[in-house]
Design a protein around this ligand. Sequence first.
Ligand code: GLY
Length: 374
Amino acid sequence: MNSERSSSISQSRVRVQLGDRSYDIQISSGAIDQFVDLILDAIPDLSHALVISDEAVESPWVGQIKTAFDQKATAVRVSGTSVRSGEVSKSIDEFNRLLKWILAEGGDRKSVVIAVGGGVIGDLAGYVAASFARGLRFVQVPTTLLAMVDSSVGGKTGINLPTAKNMVGAFWQPSLVLIDSDVLSTLPDRSYLSGLAEVVKYGVIDDADFFQWLEINALPLVNRQSEAVRYAIEKSCQSKARVVGEDERETSGRRAILNYGHTFAHAIEATCGYGKLLHGEAVSIGMEMAARLAQELGLVEDDLLQRQTRLLQKCRLPVVLPKADPDQMLPVMMRDKKVEHGKLRFILPSKIGSVDLVGDVDQQLVREVILKTR
Ligand code: GLY
């Protein structure tokens, strides 16, 4: 992974190093009109673009991309379809519809899928790209903060089964990730702030200097000050690219550090009802529980939990869950992919910027931690 800055306009590039599957994450503010040039640079033989977008961003953003193709690359045929917002679209039915749509549009192995939207669109369109004709190239254009700093990078694509989230999918890397942080200015407050939980996560798991920067710059970030937002996305993508470059397919265990706070968060989401809390809000509370657990186990510096709590609060994220019920959460946590031989395992911090996988954690302690986070 490396990163380059261009000083003339606010833009930077982070490289995800994966041998012949390497690609750039292009991060800018106010550069949508350059997107088509960037796509054509990355995929010079592009002749057919299949734009799959979230209906919520269909207009005018997708229109702008389509118009730019018409003006700059007249030889490129553009097909477009939109997908209903929300997790419900990550279904076999929608997957099926999109495959048939590509067929009807005359898609072939040279076609390129362009996913414009949040995590749902990126995961779904990415899996469609991975599957059609045994794999089409694809470009991620994330439009939520969560998608920009997490789901659009690293090649995890997939859909849900009715009772199992992300159960069907493939690792399928994009050819390019295009981020324009200006698109976040219209995102609802709750959605934007919930994305900040994943940003804080990178500070805790991988980058102590960035954590310190966040402590100082939380207010401009919360207020969506353009340069602060762009910088936070760049640092987050650097961390994500580094981890993915080290363990693309989650085989060495390194990539699992990205799930800091997520074992608790998934149990929170499953027991408090999906939709009540946004994913990032659950991750924020999950990170609090994980840091408290590390503290109870005597694994961390004394002030880590306090610093993390203060930063999450500055980011206007929840740090307690009044309804947290260990009797409901623990059975869900026992089904977590990190459970081995019935023993709970967690990604826990040792200091700011560093985490470890900690095995054989006592259930009673986990119960106490949940109760202390109410
Ligand atoms: N969101 C976790 C990962 O990409 O591995």
